[in-house]
Design a protein. Sequence first.
Length: 414
Amino acid sequence: MIGLTTWKRNVWILSGCTFLVMSAMSMIMPFLPLYLRELGMTDPQEISLWAGVIFGANFLTAFIFSPFWGRMADRHGRKLMILRSGFGMAIVISLTGLAVGPISLLLLRLLNGVISGFIPAAIGLVSTNTPKQHTGYALGILQSGTVAGAIGGPLIGGLMSQAFGYRMIFFITGAFILLAALVVTFFVKESFTPVESQKEKTSTWSEFKHITSKKPVLSIYAVILMIQFAIMGVNPLLSLFVEELSPAANVSLYAGVVVSVTGFANFLTSAWLGKVSDKRGAHNTLVFSLLGVALFTIPQVFVTDIWQLIVLRFFVGLCLGGLLPAANTLIRMHAPKGMESRTYGFSNSAMYLGSMIGPVLGGWLVSIYGVRGLLLTTSVVLLCNVMMVKFKVMQPAEKTFRNQKHRQPNENTT
């Protein structure tokens, strides 16, 4: 069993590493449509479609490979999966700065998806090496590191893109991720005991059926998919909306501000909402956070000035802090013993599937109805997700939460 000091140290070190990784990734993701323009594309409709496809391509291969990496994590440890992803992404993303057109950019994004998963692997390590009664808090701290990176990354990326162009950002991104991988190598400690003999072989489908037979795991997967569909369908295309609302000379800077203000608000609430999850139940945090994101997304359809969008994105960010940490806490609560990483592997696949479908359909919707139509669609999806949590997740999650609360006093006295 991992010691009290060790799990807390892991949480803070991995929070710093996810900060580096997210800072690096968020330097480039908001500006993909503008990078395509630099690569020679000029038609706005074509740019929005390609931006959606290229952004989603990473998640297609990540969706396919995530269960495999989850199985490897259960057999060989979660730290190894963090290192695999960190060193691999450092190389591939650096190469992305050498892209010569949309096809080469698409192929590199597909390759990146195969070896991606730094942050999901960090979530798996923290959740399995943290006492269950502190999982929400630990994942909230980890989320704070992630969104803190989302605060600085777009601002730095916006300034650097104006000074040096978009290609340089990819090389800096690779260096940041390499640094994070090195920190994990030397400073993160994992308590890991393989629970499965190497001779035992099971199919991915049989593992999926076994894991989802325990309610409400399958419903949580569906919720995570819809969260990512709604969020990632909007994020990579926000720069086009900013372009519509702000002066052309400041598009990169304002796009960075819009993304960063959402991340700043998320950072403010993530750890606090994690504590609320530990005390009141992650299912309650999840349903109210989802409702908040939906209600603050609807007015964005009607904004007429960039400052209105910035204010509304701030309020969305306050609620975003309670979504994925709460969902991941619920996954940890209901994961079969010895199959925690595989349970997270399928959860990551659901996340990647939503992240893949979101940008593709988002780009298609924007090409027909504009960004306002996409925001309205996102609101409807989020409200449907609230209903999913209310009727499929709340009851079994409440029962499990109460049972664990009753066991904790006994565990603390042994």
